[in-house]
Design a protein around this ligand. Structure first.
Ligand code: AMP
Length: 286
């Protein structure tokens, strides 16, 4: 695996490989502390594209709180080992100065409320930071395909919207959530759970699986109420449980109101915010 810290070195490598041949470049942006969820994105990219580029960059502009940014785990040695073992072709490991040169204006986009609900409600400016960094990284890497996890559903929807707005030709691939055997969505935060908390956390995916069954029998409002009641009955501390239009992220109450309907939740266990979601409805387009 090649490791580049400088934009110009990465771009020189990519253009050398593109000379004379038609290449697809798959790109997987991450903030490191990699686990099987991230590696699944690498696997999908390798399956689809000729070259796979992963970046590890803990983006300061998406953290509201400086101590969160400082405390973000950075196990770079094990990350590199995992990427090597997964067969990733290139790791891009830039500094903040490389991603945000002094003379470069920040990319901004009106997110039409996508950034106001759910995660956005408690993290003002977070999605502006996400849009800014992904836009800049895409400009650097110039991939044909961008692989992002369904785990961060709202982030995926925001980036999908951004790509539409800038009329990008990049193909965005949504990779399903990779879960532990008992259903808990993989996350670097899971190691912060106590033994009891780790067991309790399985109620989150159970509630979401049940919601997917319930929509066959109940209205969306009833489905939501049943999921919330199940979580509360099992002692869960719910930040939010929303059933939303999968594109606009606005709440929906009727099944026919949107082509994609997704249940998104955040539950706190041992003080750790655990995100999860389940697509309840998705009409095939095409
Ligand atoms: P992060 O390093 O947290 O910014 O995540 C990088 C990418 O990995 C994002 O596109 C996430 O949605 C994705 N990801 C994180 N956890 C999972 C998971 N359990 N399953 C699938 N994708 C994931």
């Amino acid at each position: 695996m090649y490791l580049f810290k400088k934009v110009e070195d990465l771009q020189a490598y990519l253009s050398r490989h593109q000379e004379g041949s038609i290449l697809s470049v798959g790109y997987v942006p991450t903030m490191g502390a990699l686990h099987q969820g991230h590696l699944e994105l690498i696997r999908r990219s390798k399956e689809t594209c000729t070259i796979t580029v992963c970046s590890i960059f803990v983006n300061p502009t998406q953290f509201g709180d400086a101590s969160d940014l400082d405390n973000y785990p950075r196990p770079i040695e094990t990350d590199i080992e995992q990427l090597e073992a997964a067969g990733c072709d290139v790791l891009f490991l830039p500094s903040a100065a490389e991603v945000y040169p002094k003379d470069m204006a920040a990319f901004r986009l009106d997110l039409q409320g996508l950034d106001q609900t759910m995660e956005g409600a408690s993290r003002p400016g977070h999605f502006d930071g996400v849009v800014q960094v992904v836009h800049r990284l895409l400009d650097i890497v110039q991939p044909s395909h961008l692989f992002m996890g369904q785990k961060d559903y709202q982030q995926f929807a925001v980036i999908k919207y951004m790509l539409q707005q800038i009329k990008s030709s990049v193909q965005l691939v949504r990779v399903p959530i990779v879960r532990e055997e008992d259903g808990l969505a993989m996350s670097s935060r899971n190691v912060r759970l106590s033994e009891i908390g780790r067991k309790q956390a399985t109620y989150i995916s159970k509630a979401l699986r049940q919601a997917k069954k319930d929509v066959a029998e109940y209205t969306l409002e009833e489905t939501k109420a049943r999921a919330v009641a199940f979580l509360v009955a099992n002692g869960m501390d719910i930040d939010y449980f929303e059933i939303v239009d999968g594109d606009t992220l606005q709440s929906v109450s009727n099944w026919d109101d949107a082509p994609v309907i997704t249940a998104c939740t955040v539950v706190r266990v041992d003080g750790v915010r655990l995100l999860d979601n389940n697509v309840l409805k998705e009409l095939e387009v095409g």
